[in-house]
Design a protein around this ligand. Structure first.
Ligand SMILES: Cc1ncc(COP(=O)(O)O)c(C=O)c1O
Length: 389
């Protein structure tokens, strides 16, 4: 017998029992008053969590489906899109926009670096004729563990007037986002991250400006035609059969989040990040994102000791402790390993992962003072929660 597998990867993430139980129930009929009530409640909670005065729609897809819906509903062939790229998921926006016939310009930084607000502002100010229709931004770049300064980036986009299209797949529900106040126009998220559900449901937020763009957008779409979802939602229903079980389970999940308080959740993620960073540096390992300010509250990327391969470390973590950690992606494969800490993850899990990590590193021949990782993390966690942010 083995202990339960523990996912310390950047999604899918652990799911609370109450959410699993909600999914396990017989599905509701989707054209019923009961389901309409859930739909309306979930929509209101999703908006509250994003501080959104616009609209939010749920799509039966993974996060990438919502990214595609964002482009298909706002970008027409020939439109110019500026894609801010600091990793794999920033690049994904550029690929989708290219697939829809956009002319894509890239503002790219090295892996591990955040998007520079000044560089974005300079690029947009140089666009005197306002040919750039939209800017795509990844709030939290999962492939590197960088969180960008979305507030300031969105502000720079708003000064120019382009649409601000944001991927918040691994930040929504774990880090504060003020959709309307920050001037975001389109924002996407997925269920299998801080929303604490399995993969399969995506959400997309739309501002009034986004709807204006939607009305004149000529890109083809049918299932992802967001106007259909909007019209249906006005009648408290959906255009197609939604993933009813997940919508019902999302209500459970959002209720749990409300009980903790959103601020409490953000503080928890921040403390987990700080404790984990202290633990791994205490063990003598190198953080891939050295600047704390840009270090993700949901994913920590770590460079392994030169004598130990990412593969060996991940395998040992899995075989000895049944804990899964992630490899790097694309160019960072075998160069970094990533520990996810989002959603239904707590300080206990960080301490457990650090202990297992130290034991595995030791088994693979690395030497550090015994217990230094957990000790360094505890030094962070012994401060009162309110002082952590
Ligand atoms: C930042 C980010 N954007 C987009 C995606 C794509 O989401 P999905 O895999 O649900 O399509 C992911 C997935 O991990 C992600 O981390």
């Amino acid at each position: 017998m083995q202990p339960k597998e523990f996912l310390m990867i950047p999604g899918p993430t652990p799911v609370p029992d109450a959410v699993l139980e909600a999914i396990a129930r017989d599905p509701m009929g989707h054209r019923t008053k009961e389901f309409s009530k859930v739909l309306v409640e979930v929509t209101a909670s999703l908006k509250k969590l994003a501080e959104c005065n616009g609209e939010v729609l749920m799509l039966t897809s993974s996060g990438t489906g919502a990214m595609e819906a964002a482009i298909a509903n706002t970008i027409s062939p020939g439109d110019k899109v500026l894609s801010c790229i600091c990793g794999v998921f920033g690049e994904r926006w550029a690929k989708i926009a290219t697939a829809y016939g956009a002319e894509v310009e890239k503002l790219q930084v090295e892996n591990g670096e955040p998007i520079s607000v000044d560089a974005l502002r300079d690029k947009l100010q140089a666009d005197r004729n306002h040919t750039i229709k939209a800017v795509t931004i990844t709030h939290n770049e999962t492939s590197t563990g960088v969180i960008n300064d979305l507030h300031q980036l969105a502000l720079a986009v708003r000064e120019h007037g382009a649409l601000c299209i944001v991927d918040a797949v691994t930040s929504y529900g774990a880090a504060p986002i003020e959709f309307s106040h920050w001037g975001i126009d389109v924002m996407v998220a997925g269920s299998q991250k801080a929303l604490m559900l399995p993969p399969g449901l995506a959400v997309i937020f739309m501002s009034d400006r986004a709807w204006e763009a939607q009305a004149s957008c000529t890109s083809p779409r049918f299932y992802f035609d967001l106007a259909k979802y909007r019209t249906s939602l006005e009648q408290e229903t959906t255009p197609f059969t939604p993933n009813v079980s997940f919508v019902v389970a999302l209500k459970t999940s959002l209720d749990l989040m409300k009980q903790d308080g959103y601020r409490g959740i953000y503080v928890r993620h921040d403390r987990m990040k700080k404790a984990l960073r202290a633990g791994v540096t205490g063990m003598g390992l190198k953080l891939f994102v050295p600047k704390e300010q840009y270090a993700s509250p949901t994913i920590t990327s770590i460079v392994p000791p030169t004598s130990i391969s990412v593969d060996a470390l991940r395998r040992t973590m899995k075989e000895r402790y049944n804990i899964r950690v992630a490899d790097g992606q694309d160019a960072l494969k075998n160069k970094i390993f990533r520990i996810g800490h989002m959603g239904y993850v707590f300080e206990r899990d960080i301490l457990m992962t650090l202990s297992a990590l130290e034991a595995c590193l030791t088994e693979l021949g690395y030497r550090c003072p015994s217990g230094i990782g957990v000790g360094s993390a505890l030094a962070v966690l012994s401060t009162p929660a309110s002082a952590a942010t």
